[in-house]
Design a protein around this ligand. Structure first.
Ligand SMILES: [Zn+2]
Length: 433
């Protein structure tokens, strides 16, 4: 059966590579991946599957029914990242596939092709969905407002919105992949390293306008308040613990209007990353105190609007099914996640890991930096074909023998949130809008 699964993927080799190259040439932004979604739909329909579309605007899902056994969901991500200098960036939007989501979709579809084979299907003691999710990359505040008007409830992340809409209600175990996100020299990295979560905020600094030359003493300089807050945050960095992996980013979205006028309004978008919800919260409070303190000193005012972030990824070592699947792939090198491995970036897979077990692996086959203009796929077998085999084989090992491995994982897992608790948690952050 293992050989058959791998042959099914090999038979589609060129088709899968062509698919990924096509998506690479047509990158789309989060929640707007309409063309990409239609290509995924076409492929899944070509396998004879019934396809649902427009989940959280652009999400696409197809299921392989399998009785009342465990339900697995294999995930692929639809969006590109804003990277205007990338040679393949869309000329108008600046979006490019500089994070490898185009090959990740091919991995999901390759696995779907193998698992829909009638002989393979017969061995599965459960059902499988293939779910292409919108908007894995950060959605900025301005776009979130627009999306909220368009009816997206949780406009910060595709997976969060899909959780809210109930798209994961049937899922017992999710399966995710990505190109390597931590430094790994092997071809495959099995398991999920712990990973930062983040919280985000729009901070509006209100000052008072005045003529910059005639009467600056009548004004309250919002830019000075923001600068002072930046200085304070810089000095606070010595209070960040190494194990919390704190990363702080800010962007000035509005920096004043007229040079001869004391700036009365500055808008800063901030992002606090850290390894735990407590550390995110503690750091967020420090940022808040810096802005509030600076505003107090100058006599200005701060307005803050919290935005939905991503939850940290909960560490998960390589599951037995994944290990066994990797042993089938000859000629590839492999290493497993160990406690202490850490990814400083963030992904909305973190939200999923709080609700369900997420079986994850990452793979090589690319050069350049993630989200960088030099990112490119260099080895299609390592980045698409072998990972598709690994995904299909992992599903097979999870669901064979009446899904013994899947059932073991489910029994062993304690969720941090139910769906309703998750929705309440996010609502508390963003407020009722
Ligand atoms: Zn990514």
């Amino acid at each position: 059966m293992e050989t058959k699964i791998m042959e099914c993927v090999d038979r589609r080799r060129q088709e899968l590579i062509d698919f990924a190259k096509d998506i690479y040439r047509h990158p789309e932004a989060g929640f707007c991946e309409f063309r990409t979604a239609s290509r995924v739909r076409d492929f899944l329909e070509g396998l004879g599957l019934k396809v649902e579309t427009e989940l959280a605007r652009t999400g696409v899902s197809a299921s392989l029914p399998g009785g009342d056994g465990p339900h697995l969901t294999v995930i692929g991500e639809l969006d590109g990242i804003l990277c205007p200098r990338h040679p393949m960036a869309d000329k108008e939007t600046g979006i490019a596939h500089a994070c490898g989501h185009h090959v990740q979709l091919a991995v999901m579809l390759g696995a779907a092709a193998a698992l829909t084979d009638p002989a393979v299907r017969k061995c599965l003691g459960g059902s499988v969905s293939f779910l292409a999710t919108p908007a894995e990359e950060y959605v900025d505040a301005e776009k979130r407002r627009w999306l909220e008007k368009e009816g997206v409830g949780f406009a910060g992340t595709g997976k969060g919105e899909l959780i809210r809409l109930g798209a994961f209600d049937r899922t017992d175990i999710a399966l995710t992949t990505h190109v390597h996100m931590v430094p790994v020299k092997e071809d495959f990295y099995l398991g999920n390293p712990a990973c930062n979560g983040f919280s985000s905020e729009m901070i509006t600094v209100e000052g008072k306008a005045a003529h910059a030359a005639v009467a600056p003493w009548d004004g309250v300089n919002a830019l000075s308040i923001a600068n002072s807050a930046y200085n304070m945050i810089g000095l606070m960095r010595e209070t960040f613990r190494e194990e919390d992996h704190v990363r702080l980013h800010t962007l000035v979205r509005e920096g004043g209007q007229a040079l001869n006028c004391v700036p009365d309004r500055i808008v800063v978008e901030s992002k606090v990353r850290a390894a735990s919800l407590d550390a995110i919260e503690a750091t967020r409070e420090k940022v808040t105190r810096a802005f509030e303190g600076a505003a107090y000193a100058f006599g200005g005012k701060i307005c803050r609007e919290r935005l939905q972030g991503y939850l940290p990824v909960r560490y998960r070592p390589a599951d037995k099914a994944l290990q066994k699947a990797a042993q089938c792939l000859k000629g590839y090198t492999c290493r497993e996640a160990v406690p202490g491995d850490f990814n400083n970036a963030c992904t909305d897979v973190g939200d999923l890991t709080h609700l369900m077990p997420v079986v994850n692996f990452t793979y090589a086959g690319f050069c350049g930096g993630l989200h960088g203009e030099d990112f490119a796929i260099t080895d299609w077998d390592k980045a698409a074909i072998a990972p598709a085999k690994l995904m299909a084989l992992t599903v097979y090992y999870l669901l064979k023998d009446q899904a013994a491995q899947a059932r073991w994982i489910m029994a062993d897992f304690t969720p941090a949130f139910t769906r309703d608790a998750y929705v309440d948690f996010v609502r508390k952050i963003i407020g009722e809008r």
